[in-house]
Design a protein around this ligand. Structure first.
Ligand SMILES: *Cc1c(COP(=O)(O)O)cnc(C)c1O
Length: 424
């Protein structure tokens, strides 16, 4: 079964042939490949091609694919059973690890996806503050729940409908959307909605509109304004948690949010999410408090085992300086090739996250990200893919590296990407 015939079958049975829209290659054109297996930095397609993977399953695979230690941890857990429907020892170990690395998190609730984590954190903030409105930022993606799927970047942006159909206007009215990196817009929104904002949620470094970092001092302004107006600050670190530092962006930027959402890496490649923060807020969750949240497979033993092993390896190996060197190597190679070609490319990078915007405009929010030439990105994407390097199939997604990319894979990728730039 090759990718083309699998995609034909899939399209008859699954809307668009995919179970998550960006996988469909709509914004770069062409048909997606199907992956048969993955190991280290390499995906093997159903057609037998080997590709250097810069998507890393959209973030989780920080140790590379199918790492022997994570595999062994899952196998050991499997011996004991796949799901119990009662508390299990792995959940306690996972909670201890999260609390250890995120000092802002005193208590944590585990769930099965990042979407659940952000949706539940928002409900908790509303229940705790007894206020209905929330603030989010254009281009920040927090999963696909109703309140948050408004100007949400990522797949929604790629497909040209930043506001999804099916979200009632009455729900959307409770979500105030502001430009990222603009403290005065936030100040004005608080002034316009006095005593009504339950929380402000953001990706402290944006990774779902391409990669965007905050201006110096911006996150501190957000922290000060939320505190002054009695709104909770929620850091959505589903992508950045354990990727840029063990303690996420909040460790790097020395900010203490009230609540934090996690996912991706903490599942080691299996489905997991988590949200946590101040104990007095978290204790508003059922069964202690009035805010309901639940999950049949929450704290699933296999997912916990995979995630625990992933986090332990990060603790032991402290790979962040190495990952940053890899990220810089790729950024510098592409930037140099673009410069030689006279092509304007913005290549923001921190650690193992980066992206390429084909624009002369420095990118600092959704509006400037949209100045990127998406058609040129699509040509770059396909030139890389033809050369054996798989980038995220959208101009508005971040690239990821893993420790498994070190050495030959990243050297080869830089050659391919340099040639791809030259071919544009
Ligand atoms: C991926 C992501 C989510 C959603 O997580 P899912 O597991 O896909 O539901 C939420 N927030 C951010 C910042 C993400 O990158």
């Amino acid at each position: 079964m090759n990718s083309a015939s699998l995609f034909t079958r899939a399209q008859q049975l699954i809307p668009g042939g995919v179970n998550s829209p960006v996988r469909a290659f709509r914004s770069v054109g062409g048909a997606p490949f199907f992956t048969k297996s993955a190991k280290g930095a390499i995906l093997t397609t159903a057609d037998g091609r080997e590709l250097i993977d810069f998507v890393c399953t959209w973030g989780p695979a920080i140790h590379g694919h199918n790492h022997p230690r994570i595999k062994a941890a899952i196998a050991a857990a499997l011996e004991n059973g796949t799901s119990f429907g009662t508390p299990n020892p792995y959940e306690v170990e996972m909670a201890e690890l999260i609390v250890k690395f995120f000092p802002s998190i005193q208590k944590v609730r585990l769930c099965s996806s990042g979407t659940e984590a952000t949706m539940s954190a928002i409900r908790l903030a509303r229940g705790f503050k007894k206020r209905d409105k929330i603030i989010k930022f254009a281009g920040c993606y927090h999963g696909h729940s109703d309140s948050l799927l408004i100007k949400a970047g990522s797949g929604a942006l790629t497909h040209g409908n930043p506001d999804s159909a099916g979200v009632p206007a009455s729900f959307a009215r409770e979500t105030v959307v502001l430009p990222y990196n603009d403290p005065s817009a936030l100040e004005a929104a608080f002034a316009a909605n006095p005593g009504q904002i339950a929380c402000v949620i953001l990706e402290p470094y944006c990774g779902n509109v391409g990669f965007i970092q905050p201006d110096a001092g911006y996150l501190h302004s957000v922290r000060q304004l939320t505190a002054r107006h009695g709104a909770l600050l929620i850091f959505d670190e589903v992508m950045t948690g354990f990727r840029l530092a063990r303690g996420g962006v909040q460790e790097l930027e020395k900010i203490t949010p009230d609540l934090t959402c996690l996912g991706k890496i903490i599942g080691g490649g299996l489905p997991v999410g988590a949200f946590g923060g101040r104990a007095d807020i978290m204790d508003h969750l059922a069964p202690l408090g009035p805010v309901y949240q639940a999950g049949t497979l929450s704290g699933n033993p296999l997912a916990m085992a995979a995630g625990i092993e992933s986090l332990k390896m990060l603790d032991e190996l402290d790979p962040y300086a190495r990952l940053d060197a890899l990220g810089r190597q790729v950024r510098d190679a592409v930037s140099a090739a673009a410069k030689a070609k006279g092509l304007a490319v913005q290549a923001p990078q921190a650690g193992s996250m980066f992206s390429f915007f084909f624009t002369p405009t420095p990118v600092r929010d959704l509006a400037t990200a949209m100045t990127s030439d998406a058609k040129l990105f699509a040509r770059f994407f396909h030139a890389c893919l033809d050369g054996g390097v798989y980038l995220p199939p959208s101009a508005y997604e971040a690239c990821f590296l893993s420790t498994a990319h070190e050495g030959a894979a990243v050297d080869r990728a830089c050659e391919v990407m340099t040639k791809a730039i030259q071919s544009l």
